[in-house]
Design a protein. Structure first.
Lengths: 268, 390
């Protein structure tokens, strides 16, 4: 597990739930840029506005990156023979973090983590790699549900269908954290992704095993495995639920057959 | 003062050769490894020039895909130093831009032709970059892994992250691996940006007109004192500083004055607690695009007005994207160990706008601190300072 970091504030943007999610997007971005950049920017802008804190660094977390842009680029190559450079630029996994840094003038370290359903945990755990001068740090979890996946879904083999269903919600979760010791109420830490080892069969047993390794055996773990954004939704809920003192959020990534844990604790 | 983090093992596979000795020889001789790319049809009117791994690697790790195979080959070479894993907490930092995109491309093209064809779940999973790190973690018995993707700076950031995670006690040893195989997406992508030089890349040359793509993998096993003692490793170099910054200027173009690049270099130098003038050699990002080469030297000059010797390895290795930073860092460590400055193949004519020439021939001089730079899309900058263990 990483060190604990103080939570300054968090935001959650789910386009399917809130209709005005993109009100803060500058007109130039709305005109030119892909939807996934809009979602990532909206979550970052919201938490920065609500906390009035300007982060020094950013760690973005995404499973698939700007997959729609990759698809659009390949479509232009396969269908017309000419690749569209705008789609190529946006298709790079760190394009969301680059865009947020550009628009919100974040000039410190800028890292993007791609760890499937474990992306958020991995990003939080990598806070340990930042210098103290890189705080406050912004973490943004972002993944997009695109039509192509729905179109592909009938062709998926059974194992595929199990972990990439057609109903998952896309969006972005953003949280600003400060380095270790201070007076903020809620703190967060996480593990790196840990692969399946030996004969352990279930994801929850893999998580319990990881917790045991961290000498931190706690009974209740909220296991997220249905969508890439789910750990972010669970974290946002835990941060804002004043009645819960501690939340353990487990995630399972089928592609890499690995688990990770996020631990959120409220200090009164 | 943070605990020293040593380079305990290195590995590489590239157009320069299937291992570190062959690749290092190619770098030192300044071999031009840029060739017409023919492994698959790109659909371009002009055959692109690339630096390709020539060895027959497909059968080495059956059931894997090319970028993972490259990663495993480089990692095995680096990990050969870790002779006794007892009680060692090993972390894995994987670095890739496109991971298994070549498989995704094949699936998608097939789907467009026949939407009713069944897609194998294993093939679909390969699209996620984390598959590479997870496999490395399983293969070498790591206790945790991270997968980062920051475009062309990824590999060098992996080294910096590994350094910090050892310093703060998360791991005793950390295997950082950067890998990318050539794919239709990257070749057509850079072609769409008109960034491929039809004459092959010419770093810092007045006539430079773009990059030459390459493929490969670089691996570094970083370790603390305890690991060195346990495995009887005599390290010749350590990672003394890591700098990371964001330009926040433009999605693809560098800041004209190299502002973000200079900050990354300065962070690395400051963390190493040396004067900028103490840098003996800079192994540049040196991609050979008109803007990148110019701004990199501007950034360097803002820190060290009397430029130290600098070089680019891109004509020998190609631009290997996420692998480039760590692959070139592997050879940087060898240069430091051997006190060598390599030539810069592809360079012939000085550019007045740059006002400096890279090293043009293999030479020898005492090296104590060597700086490695990597920059990427999104204004992403990484610098790592390597220092000799005296």
């Amino acid at each position: 597990m990483s060190s604990y970091y103080a939570i300054i504030g968090s935001s959650l943007v789910c386009p399917s739930i809130s209709s005005d999610w993109n009100a803060c997007i500058p007109a130039s971005m709305k005109r030119r840029d892909p939807r996934i950049w809009h979602i990532a920017y909206a979550a970052a802008h919201k938490v920065i506005t609500e906390t009035n804190v300007n982060p020094v660094s950013i760690i973005a977390a995404t499973a698939l990156g700007a997959l729609d842009e990759t698809k659009n680029f390949l479509d232009t190559v396969f269908d017309t023979g000419f690749g569209n450079p705008r789609h190529f630029i946006a298709s790079v996994h760190n394009s969301m973090a680059g865009k947020i840094a550009l628009e919100l003038k974040i000039t410190g370290p800028n890292i993007t983590v791609c760890e499937g359903q474990n992306s958020l945990a991995s990003a939080i755990s990598l806070l340990d790699s930042l210098d103290p001068s890189a705080f406050p740090a912004l973490i943004v979890l972002i993944d997009e549900h695109i039509g192509l996946l729905d179109n592909l879904h009938p062709s998926f083999s059974p194992l595929c269908k199990d972990y990439l269903n057609t109903e998952w919600v896309d969006g972005a979760f953003a949280v600003i954290v400060d380095s270790k010791a201070n007076s903020h109420v809620s703190h967060i830490r996480a593990s790196a992704a840990v692969p399946r080892i030996g004969s352990i069969t279930s994801a929850i047993d893999m998580i319990k095993n990881t917790l045991a390794d961290n000498e931190d055996a706690l009974p209740s773990v909220n296991l997220c495995k249905s969508s890439y954004l789910e750990p972010g939704i669970a974290a946002h809920s835990a941060i804002n639920d004043l009645n819960v003192n501690r939340s353990l959020i487990g995630s399972y990534a089928p592609a890499s057959d690995s688990v990770a844990i996020i631990d959120i604790i409220r200090r009164q | 003062m943070a605990m020293p983090v040593y380079i305990a093992g290195i590995g590489a596979i590239s157009a320069g050769g299937p291992d570190v000795p062959c690749g290092f020889d190619s770098v030192c001789q300044g071999i031009d490894n840029i060739r017409p790319f023919t492994r698959f049809a790109t659909g371009l009117n002009v055959t692109p020039l690339c630096a390709v791994v020539n060895s027959d690697i497909e059968s080495i790790f059956p059931g894997t895909f090319r970028s993972l195979t490259l990663a495993l080959i480089a990692a095995e070479e680096a990990m050969s130093a870790l002779t006794d894993k007892t009680g060692i907490r090993l972390g894995i930092i994987g670095a890739t831009t496109v991971g298994g995109i070549s498989v995704t491309e094949r699936i998608y093209e097939q789907f467009k032709k026949d939407p009713s064809a069944l897609i194998d779940s294993k093939d679909l999973a390969i699209h996620e970059p984390s598959v590479i790190s997870a496999e490395l973690c399983r293969h070498f018995g790591g206790c945790g892994f991270h997968t980062i993707s920051t475009a062309c700076s990824t590999g060098l950031h992996a080294v910096g992250i590994a350094k910090r995670l050892i310093e703060n006690g998360t791991y005793d040893a950390c295997l950082a691996v950067g890998t990318d195989a050539l794919s239709l997406l990257t070749i057509r992508g850079f072609a769409s940006l008109t960034l491929l030089d039809s004459n092959g890349c010419r770093p810092f040359d007045k006539r430079r007109a773009g990059i030459s793509l390459g493929e490969g993998a670089g691996a570094m096993l970083l370790a603390n004192d305890k690991v060195l003692r346990q495995c009887n490793i005599k390290a010749s170099a350590k990672v003394s500083g890591w700098g990371a910054s964001s330009d926040a200027f433009h999605m693809t173009a560098p800041h004209p004055e190299g502002d973000g690049a200079a900050r990354a270099m300065n962070y690395a130098i400051t963390e190493a607690d040396i004067r900028p003038q103490a840098i003996d050699l800079v192994v540049t990002h040196g991609t050979a695009t008109p803007d990148n080469d110019k701004t990199e030297i501007r950034a360097l000059r803002s820190l060290v007005p009397q430029l130290p010797p600098f070089c680019s390895m891109k004509r020998t290795l190609g631009h290997t994207l996420a692998a480039s930073g760590i692959l070139e860092a592997v050879f940087t460590v060898k240069l430091l160990e051997k006190n060598l400055i390599p030539p810069t193949p592809g360079f012939e004519q000085i550019d007045e706008e740059i006002g400096a020439a890279p090293s043009s021939e293999l030479s020898s001089r005492p090296l104590h601190h060597v700086l490695k730079n990597s920059f990427g899309f999104g204004g992403n900058n990484a610098s790592v300072l390597f220092s000799k263990v005296e």
